[in-house]
Design a protein around this ligand. Sequence first.
Ligand SMILES: Cc1cc2nc3c(=O)[nH]c(=O)nc-3n(C[C@H](O)[C@H](O)[C@H](O)COP(=O)(O)OP(=O)(O)OC[C@H]3O[C@@H](n4cnc5c(N)ncnc54)[C@H](O)[C@@H]3O)c2cc1C
Length: 627
Amino acid sequence: MIARIEPARIELFDTGLRSPLFDDLYHSGSGALNQARHVFLGGNGLPERFARAERFCILETGFGLGLNFLATVQAWRRYAPADARLDYFAVEKHPLRAGDLAQVLSRFPDCAADAEELVARWPWLMSGVYRLEFAAGRVALTLVFADVLEGLGEFEAEADAVYLDGFAPSKNPAMWSPEVFAQIARLTRPGATLATYTVAAGVRDALTSAGFAVEKRAGLPPKRSMLVARAPGTWAARLPEGGETLVIGCGYAGALVAERLVRHGQQVRLLERRSGPAQEISGNPAGLLLPALNPSDTASAQLSRAALSFALQRVQEGLGAVAKGAWGACGVLQIAALDEEFDKMRDLIATLGVPPELARLVDAAEAACLAGGPVPRGGLWYERGAWIHPAAVVEAALRSAGEALRLRYDTSVARLVREGNEWCALDGQGACLARASRVVLAPGNGLAAFAQAEGIRLITARGQLSYLPQATRALPVAVCGDGYAVPLPAGGVLLGTTFDRDEDPNLRVSDHEKNLRRVAALLPGLVPEVEANTLSGRVGFRATSPDRLPYVGELPRWHTQGPQIEREPGLYVLAGLGARGLVWAPLAAELIACQIARDPLPVAKSIVAAIDPARVLLRRKARRGAL
Ligand SMILES: Cc1cc2nc3c(=O)[nH]c(=O)nc-3n(C[C@H](O)[C@H](O)[C@H](O)COP(=O)(O)OP(=O)(O)OC[C@H]3O[C@@H](n4cnc5c(N)ncnc54)[C@H](O)[C@@H]3O)c2cc1C
């Protein structure tokens, strides 16, 4: 996908809204919600079908103003069973800017509350796949900011209903091409329905060629007609995938995956070798949430901006109970280490078309204003960047999982064995601690103990943080560059972090000195005269994959011959989170929960493949010419 997005331009007038790009109306002003209800909901037999569905998936081409979505959420709340889940996928090439969306939606007081939430969660305008949650997690909106054909091609879904709502075929033919309909046919369940406002002959023909049975119906006046269509076969609502999943490891990753599994209808058992949660890598007092941008917009960069959007939602509202003072949405300022790096940052922003709500280039004067004191040069300002206390997020996730989660501390799993159709977690004496047909390994640096993960290589990197109880002045934002400084609520500043290959678990005075020196260079005048040997701190060991991407998904069997990949059935891994785990893990946890619960995935196919643990095996096979 090309990273740059061209946002929609809109012209508002009294009764409606026009797109100058497509020279077409979005909807007819006050009739827009009626159109949503008559054409898209009514044409698909909704909300009646909601009442019979525990899982329902809608696919929309052209998200536009989001009114079809908002009307659907309203109907879902009213008619769907209380524990039902709605997945709504929408592809949009030219999304509105958040401000424009807010202005337009303010004209629809009927759906003001949901509209406000939509605007609050609206992602930054860069290409990608963004999952937003509504109605206490009962509704997942997956927005795909991409060209329609490319966006649809990135998905595996089984839609029950489809809304075709692009600009008119005469104005935007790419949205109604036979290739698009072939993708839609691929993404629909047997007997799925489809509705659209247009009766253009080309659309009818293309739908028929794609295998749909097409029918004209009465339109919403002044339009005489509209189209509905049905995929071959008999429709039956998808049933939720119940059952119990065992999670091993209660750090940030394990706790988040447990919470997500519960949200997706699973019972969860969680085993942790320590006497409490988040005592290993996730035990740091704070870490940063910020995106990773790079000029080639690699899988890592794409994953990081989708994951950051999801992580911020989860921390700020989704988990509901992350304690105040345990995270701060203060923004993060990244200071360029050298003048040349500043030039590279400028090029990066321009080349990728990075929107200011994600990252903005700031010169030294503005950077100094943001940092509340002098800085050596300018850099990037991540307005939505934040810091979090990982253990507080872990606690909130465990609380949010509620009674569907059974958690046991002081329980070390020595190995996993397959018995019949189940996995059995054994202790050091060979006694079975728990058994389940599905297991998620989230053991951080403990992964090597599990034979089924033998093909996964983790490189550990020691990092030491230093706690400065008192700075010379207040630090209003988190600052990073060569080192970082995070203002903590109690008044101190967390200084980080070293990066070494050794395995010394003890605090080193020389590392405190390094952290002090780095932050003093980043923020001249912030660090007072202080004896490094009086500082407290923490040592942690990042667990990183050789390609710097996490391992997320079902483990492969490592010793299979031939080109095909066989899997260890039901055995998943979430590990190798490196120095970005706080950003990546919430979305990675959602991905694994969807894979286990067979709910539509929150991440594009290309990213699922890039983080699949089987990539290691695929590369090995490719090198040996076995593919
Ligand atoms: C110094 C440092 C700074 C960092 N800064 C940032 C940052 O600014 N931003 C960011 O995004 N990320 C950052 N990270 C990375 C982030 O903290 C990690 O990616 C994340 O915390 C990893 O979480 P985890 O759950 O995978 O591992 P862990 O927290 O280690 O959790 C694994 C758990 O599994 C348990 N376990 C292991 N084996 C077994 C077993 N056999 N049986 C039962 N239990 C078991 C362990 O006891 C542990 O509790 C930083 C990391 C370090 C070290």
